[in-house]
Design a protein around this ligand. Structure first.
Ligand SMILES: C[S@@+](CC[C@H](N)C(=O)[O-])C[C@H]1O[C@@H](n2cnc3c(N)ncnc32)[C@H](O)[C@@H]1O
Length: 235
């Protein structure tokens, strides 16, 4: 498959995915809250078609979309400046040229997480912020999932292979890979690159989703999304 076909198929998959009301009801409020203190020149890493950049636009923010999918990036370029690069390569940006960065539902697709945290640390000003919203690692472990106890209809969660890095795939034209890493791997990779945790939020499946879906209602207390804000050390 050539790059353009692959980008187009992945773009179609993603544009369909974000029609899911969970995106606006659950993901976006978390994104807005965790990115609230970000201002100045900000990178949207794995920006997709620029939907988040459009939603977060504010007078004190200059948001630059970064993605390697040129089909999605062409749409993001209609929202604001856009730069094509395959993360963790951020050589397009000079050291200290960026005030902050955020990454929404894209960390799960990046295999070199250490390289990712180091690359951003290399271009963000000391004291700069990095915010992330991701699928909760409890939710992404291969083999994890809801288990219904038929005796009392109580829903339990099978942890699957939580403790080790792993991957699962979803059909998206070709296949899109979701990487699982335990929370310790995520936080240690960030710490090793000089990022200190400023805030962490965890969230289950949203109330409106549980009203729509009886099965989801049964696992409403299982962690589903996580938001983290880090600060670059060395102020
Ligand atoms: C699930 S989408 C999220 C898009 C956007 N952040 C949002 O929430 O609307 C994941 C995005 O990450 C991008 N992506 C995945 N791996 C990447 C990489 N190595 N470099 C740059 N972008 C990448 C994909 O092209 C896609 O746009």
């Amino acid at each position: 498959m050539d790059d353009l076909t692959e980008w187009t198929e992945l773009a179609e998959w993603w544009l369909e995915e974000i029609e899911d009301p969970a995106y606006s009801e659950e993901v976006m409020p978390m994104v807005e809250a965790i990115t609230e203190p970000l201002s100045g020149t900000i990178l949207d890493l794995g920006a997709g078609e620029g939907r988040v950049a459009a939603a977060l636009a504010r007078n004190d923010r200059h948001i630059i979309s970064v993605d390697y999918n040129l089909v999605l990036l062409a749409k993001a370029a209609k929202v604001g400046p856009a730069v094509a690069t395959e993360l963790p390569d951020l050589r397009a940006f000079a050291s200290g040229s960026v005030d902050a960065a955020y990454v929404v539902l894209a960390l799960e697709h990046l295999s070199d997480i250490g390289g990712f945290f180091s690359a951003i640390a290399g271009i963000v000003k000391p004291g700069g912020l990095l915010a992330a919203v991701l699928n909760h690692p409890v939710y992404t472990a291969p083999g994890s999932g809801p288990v219904l106890d038929p005796r009392d209809d109580e829903m339990y969660w099978r942890f699957g292979d939580y403790l080790h890095p792993g991957a699962s795939t979803e059909p998206a034209g070709g296949e899109v890979e979701f990487l699982h890493r335990p929370i310790s791997d995520l936080f240690n990779a960030a710490a090793d690159a000089g990022w200190s945790v400023q805030r962490v939020e965890e969230q289950g499946v949203g109330e409106r989703a549980t009203e729509r879906d009886a099965l989801l209602a049964l696992h409403k207390d299982i962690p589903h999304l996580m938001a983290v804000r880090w600060q670059r050390s060395g102020i």
